[in-house]
Design a protein around this ligand. Structure first.
Ligand SMILES: Nc1ncnc2c1ncn2[C@@H]1O[C@H](COP(=O)(O)OP(=O)(O)OP(=O)(O)O)[C@@H](O)[C@H]1O
Ligand SMILES: [Mg+2]
Length: 579
């Protein structure tokens, strides 16, 4: 999974990768040459008392060291750049995919997990790319080069190295087998912490109001302790691995000095070779250390890559059609037809909307009423394809919405959702969301109609007043008015207000409805509301009951023939008021 992901995202950086490999080759070869030269300095220079040779060899060593250092710095630079770019590209892909997921698909993976995946998981992959590209050539080369050079330098002594290498490899293999399953657990536990943190921060008022700080802290501590426990176990594994590796290598050095000394005494080997030999042993040690480091990171990155791929592999259920049918030129309003429109959530037995047939004419207002859970929001969400019918059809100006270009369709529908979410920024950026530059005149006009101009005018900065994420610095009613203004600025052929007037007092509600036609005249308007006063003047009223149409007509017609509607009305008004 990791390889697949990297193969794809590193493809644009092939040039840089080749440069990294070449640079590693240069720096490793240079490093390999140094111990031999050191041995020569000792054997041919110092021991032969030839100071000319010492200077000559010293200068050569200096040049080689400079080359090696330059190559290493360049390697690190290119590796860091490539890894950061690839990581950025992966993060962008994950983000773009998440933007296209439907509500159901997001809740399947979980929003907190999506956050971890696009941050921490991507970072792990990025780190492994960095380390990998820095050592992928030099680590094995140092290992093999160290062995070869040692054998060339003094074959009998190299048996020590041949014995050390398999021991080291065995230790590493053991560490991986033990650590790998733990990494899967670690990423899951980070998810859990993320989920708790998110819930507790956004629910902080509820937690305080219900005095649950103690329990919440306990839950968090438990999750935190779980993560710490797993990481401790991983720490123990590698805490044992590193000293073991060191022990083997240091033991090897002791043996080199011991047996090398005996051989020098016997005249079978020159003293400088011992120094060279110790260096080769260090190469092998270093290559093993790099490998261990990689092996700590690779299994974790592997898990992360799997989690990232899981997101990238979702094919969003609500997708743009391959061949889009044009809806037609922009107009004032559009005829909307629900033809036996049925919608059920995946896995649910009963559909939430059951064979709804309904026509909304341009220039008219359709009100939707019904008890809680009767499917009003679901009905409205079908319009901009936040949901797709599971059966039947929704026609937008005669075109099945599933065959229309998604962006085009959505730009024609202005929706005020039941839960008005405002993005952080300023009032200006909130209102012109997705519309780019909008004239102040239009923003103020929308605010006037939405009955929001009054409170916005009171801010010193006016339109540039700060909006905190979620609109946290506004009251519920102010938020609703800003959301209505946002929809008015967005404009379009269809306006849908999902319970958008509920947080407004009666008088404001009435003023708003009176002002609306100045901006929405000619459009196709849908108003979901509970208040009879809000809906009684609508051109047609749809009464929903458990996902079915229980009545359809004007207020007067429904008062005569729809029992469900009469009940709703009479719960709010007296007989005379309703007439
Ligand atoms: N994400 C979901 N998964 C499963 N079922 C859902 C989901 N969202 C809503 N439902 C179900 O769909 C039904 C209709 O919900 P909907 O939000 O359309 O009701 P509503 O008429 O807008 O209610 P309200 O007046 O409270 O806003 C409800 O019974 C609810 O249980
Ligand atoms: Mg609703």
């Amino acid at each position: 999974m990791l390889l697949k992901l990297l193969r794809f995202y590193l493809r644009p950086h092939r040039g840089a990768l080749l440069a990294i490999l070449a640079l590693q080759l240069v720096s490793t070869v240079a490093a390999m040459l140094l111990p031999g030269l050191t041995a020569d300095v000792i054997n041919k220079g110092l021991l032969a008392a030839d100071s000319g040779a010492v200077v000559r060899l010293g200068l050569i060593m200096l040049v080689i060291s400079a080359v090696q250092m330059g190559a290493q710095v360049a390697t690190a630079y290119f590796a860091a750049r490539t890894a950061a770019r690839a990581g950025g590209a992966i993060r962008e892909s994950v983000f773009a995919k998440v933007q296209r997921l439907s509500v159901a698909e997001v809740s399947e993976i979980g929003a907190p997990s999506l956050v971890t995946r696009s941050t921490n998981d991507v970072l792990q992959v990025q780190m492994v790319t960095l380390m990998g590209s820095m050592f992928i050539v030099s680590a094995p080369m140092m290992m093999i080069g160290g062995i070869v050079m040692a054998v060339l330098e003094d074959p009998p002594l190299s048996w020590l190295i041949v014995g050390a290498v398999p021991t080291l490899l065995a230790i590493m293999a053991g560490a991986i087998v033990l650590a790998r399953p733990l990494f899967v657990v670690v990423q899951k536990r980070i998810d859990a912490i993320n989920r708790l943190m998110r819930e507790q921060v956004s629910g902080v008022r509820v937690i305080r109001a219900f005095n649950r700080q103690g329990t919440q802290r306990g839950t968090f501590e438990e999750a935190s302790e779980n993560l710490a426990g797993t990481q401790r176990r991983i720490g123990i594994v590698f805490g044992i691995t590193f000293p073991l590796v060191q022990l083997v290598v240091m033991g090897g050095q002791v043996l080199v000095v011991w047996f090398g000394g005996l051989r020098v005494d016997a005249g079978a080997m020159e003293p400088g070779s011992i120094v060279a030999f110790l260096s080769y042993l260090m190469f092998i040690f270093m290559s093993v250390m790099f490998s261990v480091m990689m092996l700590i990171m690779v299994p974790r990155a592997e898990v992360c890559a799997g989690r990232i791929a899981e997101v990238l592999d979702v094919s969003p259920a609500i997708a743009p059609p391959a061949q889009a049918v044009a809806i037609g030129p922009r107009s004032e309003g559009r005829r909307i037809e629900f033809v036996d429109a049925t919608f059920g959530y995946p896995g649910a037995d009963e559909p939430v909307l059951d064979r709804i047939s309904l026509t909304l004419q341009p220039g008219t207002t359709t009100a939707v009423v019904g008890s809680t859970g009767s499917g009003k929001t679901t009905l409205v969400n079908l319009l901009p394809r936040l949901l797709d019918v599971t059966d039947g059809e929704l026609r937008f100006g005669g075109v099945d919405v599933r065959t229309a270009a998604l962006g085009d369709l959505r730009s024609r529908v202005a929706l005020v959702p039941q839960q008005a979410y405002l993005f952080g920024g300023t009032i200006r950026s909130t209102l012109s969301l997705g519309r780019g530059e909008v004239s102040d005149e239009r923003l103020w006009q929308a605010l006037e109609v939405a009955q929001g101009a009054g409170f916005v005018r009171e801010y010193e900065e006016g339109l540039d007043h700060t909006v905190e994420p979620g609109g946290a610095n506004f009251s519920g009613g102010q938020r609703q008015r800003l959301a209505i203004a946002r929809a008015l600025v967005h404009g379009g052929e269809v306006y849908a207000f999902d319970d958008a007037f509920s947080a407004l007092d009666m008088a404001t509600d009435a003023r708003l409805r009176a002002a609306l036609p100045t901006m929405t005249a000619g459009a196709t308007t849908v108003v979901v509301a509970q208040r009879v006063s809000t809906i009684r003047d609508a051109d047609q009223i749809v009464v929903l009951d458990e996902g079915r149409i229980a009545g359809l007509g004007t207020h007067e017609e429904l008062m005569g023939d729809c029992e469900t509607y009469r009940e709703i009305v009479l719960s709010q008004l007296s007989e005379e008021e309703a007439a």
